[in-house]
Design a binder for this molecule. Structure first.
Ligand SMILES: Cc1cc2nc3c(=O)[nH]c(=O)nc-3n(C[C@H](O)[C@H](O)[C@H](O)COP(=O)(O)O)c2cc1C
Length: 203
């Protein structure tokens, strides 16, 4: 598959069919991730691979539990959070994925320096560049998986169950995303994109 085809046909899949994946295939995708550019070549990514059925079940149970706790917390404060339903839907989408990869950011670099740049964001420069680098690695993994005939879903709804997942992984490194990989059982339609003239200014 040509790169352009992979870029154009990659979709977020939320319907996977039962399918097993082997570690060699996953390693090929992860190797593509490891070839991504990274700020100062820090390679701040770390990948936890879950593809065994029991482990997947345990992970999803932790995620469900974390979301439930958050929901109960907001209910007790009489705060309505409709977005929590979206996180529950994401868990459903993850159930049939052949593998779930949890991506963490190696924190050792972010702790070295104080903020070196005056960001108008509440974020430190090293953290921002590390997260950007990890995003590049994730996109490489998604495109490689697409080329290999797999569907993928990039997931940040893990944040709704952050402490449960931290407990599951037994890590203090920040968890930045999950990636689901599996055989899609239906075509996903492409959500619209902004036209180029709305996102470009030629100076
Ligand atoms: C950083 C990031 C986080 C995302 N998190 C979720 C998620 O938690 N659940 C979900 O269903 N989709 C998630 N998505 C997928 C987006 O909804 C999707 O990329 C977008 O709607 C465009 O659709 P497409 O990927 O098919 O082009 C995420 C995408 C990105 C880039």
């Amino acid at each position: 598959m040509e790169l352009d085809e992979a870029i154009r046909t990659r979709r977020s899949n939320r319907n996977f069919e039962e399918h097993e994946i082997n570690i060699q295939e996953l390693k090929k995708m992860l190797e593509s991730g490891s070839l991504a550019p990274s700020a100062k070549n820090r390679q701040p990514w770390f990948f936890y691979v879950i593809y065994n059925e029991d482990c997947k079940k345990n992970f999803l149970e932790s995620m469900r539990q974390g979301i439930l706790e958050l929901e109960q917390l907001y209910k007790s404060k009489n705060i309505v959070r409709p977005d929590i339903a979206g996180a529950k839907y994401t868990v459903k989408s993850m159930e049939k994925a052949a593998a779930i990869i949890l991506v963490t950011c190696k924190k050792k670099y972010a702790d070295i320096y104080e903020d070196g740049v005056q960001w108008p964001l509440q974020a430190r420069d090293i953290e921002v560049t590390d997260i950007l680098s990890i995003g590049a690695a994730i996109q490489n993994i998604l495109l490689k998986a697409t080329e290999m005939g797999y569907g993928t879903l990039w997931v940040c709804d893990i944040f709704y169950a952050y402490s449960r997942i931290e407990e599951f992984l037994q890590t203090k490194d920040p968890i930045v995303s999950a990636i689901c990989i599996g055989k899609p059982n239906q075509e996903s339609r492409m959500p619209g994109r902004l036209p180029l003239n709305e996102i470009i200014t030629i100076i």
